[in-house]
Design a protein around this ligand. Structure first.
Ligand code: NAD
Length: 352
């Protein structure tokens, strides 16, 4: 069958961690007979130098032709100051990648606030309270006079239903099969109410999974006290923005925070961390988050397309990364090791 995947390196450490990700994905694909057609596309500084634009037309045209892509971090520091053509590519919105999927997993030998944590967060990212994403034109915020500011929150049945469905589809593949819908329906009766209604509706189609509902303030506390009890967590944009960072903080922070933005047919692998200009060019960036984002892309495409070779390649990467972390011989400095970015990538390839 085969897949077509674009490579967007981004800026700063993106130029270091994205190539490691491609290396690992290529090695895993070779093991399982998965054919991947790779399409490097210019973005960020490279796009700016080549075309005068950080989100060139060739990038947008190219992305329409692929199953998914690797998106390295975009950095402000990589551009001349006050460059008016600088933009952080709004690819999520343009390609309607409606859910940000963020797994949070602790490892026994990596320092973290909690052990035994294994949660997948799904945050709706095309509506909610984020001003840029809720309106077609203008913004979701306005100030009628200097004493009043007003912000809008948008929840649609379509948006709530599809993120809930994506959560149950993931829960179905996991041993505990528990979906926790996070909202605050008793206060936000209409917006949170609609989100909760759609979660309940979708739950009826997944009798093998269980739905529980937790109010967002209680969730913030429970995550700190007993994160081990959660499996898949689904929520609206703003609540998810906060809870996913809290989740990453539970297990060791940015070095261990992969992510995948999913749409109906395409997905974008994007780690939580930024372009880390403070360590760029030193070869010490931790490639875990980007590699595991690539792993999530293969897993998602494998499930969506029924592509066994992609699913197997994704499973192999999980095993290999787990082995390298457990052995702790080839870890980057942020994880307490002495390895370079490429040495950690090589160790993962060897473990495959
Ligand atoms: P950052 O995530 O780049 O860095 C925060 C701290 O974490 C730094 O000390 C950095 O060295 C460290 N860090 C981050 N990733 C690491 C990794 N893989 N390995 C080891 N250490 C790592 O956040 P920031 O400094 O606030 O932002 C830097 C730039 O990145 C800014 O221009 C910001 O706008 C941009 N940014 C981009 C994205 C994105 O494109 N998705 C996301 C966040 C920030």
């Amino acid at each position: 069958m085969g897949l077509k995947i674009a490579i967007l390196e981004g800026d700063d450490i993106g130029l270091e961690v994205v190539p490691e990700t491609v290396k690992v994905m290529k090695a895993a694909a070779a093991k399982t007979g998965l054919a991947i057609d790779w399409l490097p596309l210019p973005v960020g500084r490279k796009g700016h130098v080549a075309t005068g634009h950080t989100m060139p037309q060739v990038l947008l045209d190219g992305l329409k032709t692929v199953d998914g892509w690797l998106q390295g971090p975009i950095g402000h520091n990589a551009y001349p100051r006050d460059d008016p053509t600088w933009i952080n590519p709004p690819l999520r919105k343009r390609f309607e990648l409606y859910a940000s999927v963020k797994p949070v997993k602790s490892y026994p030998n990596i320092p973290s606030v909690h052990k035994g944590v294994d949660i997948v967060f799904l945050r709706e990212v095309t509506e909610g309270m984020q001003s840029g994403s809720v309106v077609f034109a203008g913004t979701g915020e306005f100030r009628p006079n200097d004493e009043i500011s007003i912000g809008m929150r948008v929840v649609t049945r379509k948006g709530a239903n599809r993120v809930a469905r994506a959560a149950f589809e993931i829960a179905r593949t996991r041993p505990r099969k528990l979906v926790t819908a996070v909202h605050k329906e008793p206060v936000f009766r209409l917006v949170c109410g609609m989100f909760a209604e759609e979660c309940r509706k979708v739950a009826l189609e997944f009798p093998d999974c269980k739905l529980e509902e937790v109010l967002v303030d209680g969730m913030a506390m429970k995550l700190v006290m007993t994160p081990q009890r959660f499996d898949v967590v689904v929520t609206t944009n703003q609540f998810g923005d906060i809870l996913t960072d809290e989740g990453a903080g539970l297990v060791g922070g940015l070095g261990l925070a992969p992510g995948l933005c999913i749409g109906e047919c395409q997905a974008m692998a994007q780690a939580t961390h930024g372009s880390a200009p403070d360590i760029a060019g030193q070869g010490i960036a931790n490639p875990y988050s980007m590699i595991m984002s690539g792993q999530m892309l293969l897993e998602w495409l494998g499930r969506k397309r029924g592509d066994q070779a992609a699913s197997k390649a994704a499973a192999l990467i999980v095993q290999a990364v787990g082995k390298v972390i457990a052995e702790a011989k080839h870890l980057t400095p942020d994880l307490g090791g002495k390895a370079s970015t490429s040495q950690m990538g090589d160790a993962i390839v060897a473990a495959l």
